[in-house]
Design a protein around this ligand. Structure first.
Ligand SMILES: *Cc1c(COP(=O)(O)O)cnc(C)c1O
Length: 408
């Protein structure tokens, strides 16, 4: 074999508490702990040894209704017995009723369904380029922000402003530039007559939970209007109640031309969407599609998730639990080094006084708590939106014990 053996010896037989696990057939893409997850309910996960974890990552900001909620189990089994996939060639009943509900609950008029956030952003990029061709003399450039995250397809990697990705997989898709977040002048300078769109997260999630300021987003909306540049909000992480409103744009009173959604949309089931104003209903046959677009199983799930979020007022719960968690974090003694507590709703982060983020994550796993470190010096919390004050108290108790084990 060209690479020879043993260049990367990452997958091996590992002994865990009471069993050996064979990770050998899994292609290496990331380091994972020696734990095998087997079961979930509400805010908890269990591994194959029966160890219980309080899950404050929720499938990476995905399981907004918690693990295996009854409403999803019932919806999935009912729809699975009725129609799983009708082919993208036809409308289906689930697709039509879900689209109607989404249009009613957002500021958008039209929806294209897909399966992942990356695909939703790819769709938005294609729609913006189509707009450039039809309405702006072939404008094709898209401006995004530094430390943004827009996905892992090659084009959404090109859109992403992660400094460490800059030289990966060259040549990447052309036409993307990245400017500092919350810097309106830099954005204005980057937008020229060849620019068809700006793509931005209202709160950068993977970038460490950084929020746009009101004046920035107001100014950006105005400048996009003045220059005929489309404004795309990537709400893949912030949508569906995560930030304490159904969609994060509601906090700012600013509406985009294109909105991308995924993560919480299916509460763990892979569905995503690109939504737009009716003036952007400009795709022609062949421009966009997908084998799994609007498949009935996913559509039924999406509708059940959105109805449940609204019925149970989970945005409001996210707001209240987020406020409570931040208040409890602020009570931690200064000596543990937790600082710069930030975020909206249940998209929260704090910084550490050093770069021990990944050590903290490992220690937390040992103690039965799942958290995430988007940057070496910060910790992010994205629990399910169904959590109660007692989950928050349990989290704080576990976190204190983790902090004292790391900072003793
Ligand atoms: C996760 C994420 C994506 C990518 O979504 P996938 O479903 O992983 O493709 C895009 N944008 C943002 C803001 C995200 O958080």
């Amino acid at each position: 074999m060209f690479l020879g053996g043993g260049l990367y010896n990452k997958s091996v037989m590992k002994e865990t508490n009471n069993q050996s696990i064979n990770t050998d057939p899994i292609l290496f893409v990331t380091k994972r702990p020696d734990v095998v997850m087997a079961k979930g309910k509400g805010a908890y996960l269990w591994d194959t040894n029966g160890k219980k974890y309080l899950d404050f990552i929720g499938g990476w900001a995905v399981t907004c209704l918690g693990h295996c909620p009854d409403v999803l189990v019932e919806t999935l089994s009912k729809q699975a017995k009725t129609l799983i996939n009708a082919s993208p060639q036809f409308y289906n009943d689930q697709m039509l009723s879900y689209a109607e509900l989404l249009v009613e609950k957002t500021c958008m008029d039209k929806v294209f369904f897909c399966s992942t956030g990356s695909e939703a952003n790819e769709s938005a990029i294609k729609l913006a380029r189509k707009y450039g061709v039809l309405k702006k003399k072939g404008a094709f450039k898209i401006v995004t922000t530094l430390n943004s995250f827009h996905g892992r397809t090659l084009t959404t990697m090109s859109a992403t402003g992660k400094p460490t990705w800059k030289t990966l997989f060259e040549p990447k898709s052309k036409g993307f530039s990245h400017v500092p977040f919350n810097d309106l002048e830099a954005m204005k300078t980057a937008i020229d007559e060849d620019t068809c769109a700006v793509l931005i997260e209202l709160i950068q999630g993977e970038g460490g939970v950084n929020e746009v300021s009101q004046s920035y987003i107001d100014g950006l909306r105005r400048h996009c209007d003045e220059t005929g540049t489309l404004l795309i909000f990537d709400e893949v992480q912030t949508g569906f109640g995560r930030t304490g409103k159904l969609f994060a744009y509601e906090h700012y009173g600013v509406e985009p031309d294109i909105l991308t959604l995924a993560k919480g949309m299916g509460s763990g089931y892979p569905i995503a969407a690109m939504m737009c104003q009716s003036a952007l209903d400009i795709f022609e046959p062949g421009d966009q599609g997908g084998t799994y677009t609007a498949q009935p199983l996913g559509m039924a799930v999406g509708k059940a998730v959105l109805e449940t979020l609204i019925k149970d007022n989970l945005s409001e719960n996210a707001y209240r639990m987020g406020a409570y968690l931040k208040e409890e974090l602020r009570k931690l003694p200064e000596t543990v080094g937790v600082q710069n507590i930030r975020g909206k709703g249940l998209l929260i982060a704090f910084d550490l006084s050093d770069e021990k983020g990944s050590e903290l994550v490992d220690r937390a796993m040992e103690k039965g708590l799942i958290i995430n470190s988007p940057k070496p010096n910060s910790i992010r919390l994205i629990p399910p939106l169904i959590i109660t004050p007692s989950h928050c108290d349990e989290f704080v108790t576990l976190l204190k014990s983790v902090l004292s084990s790391v900072y003793q």
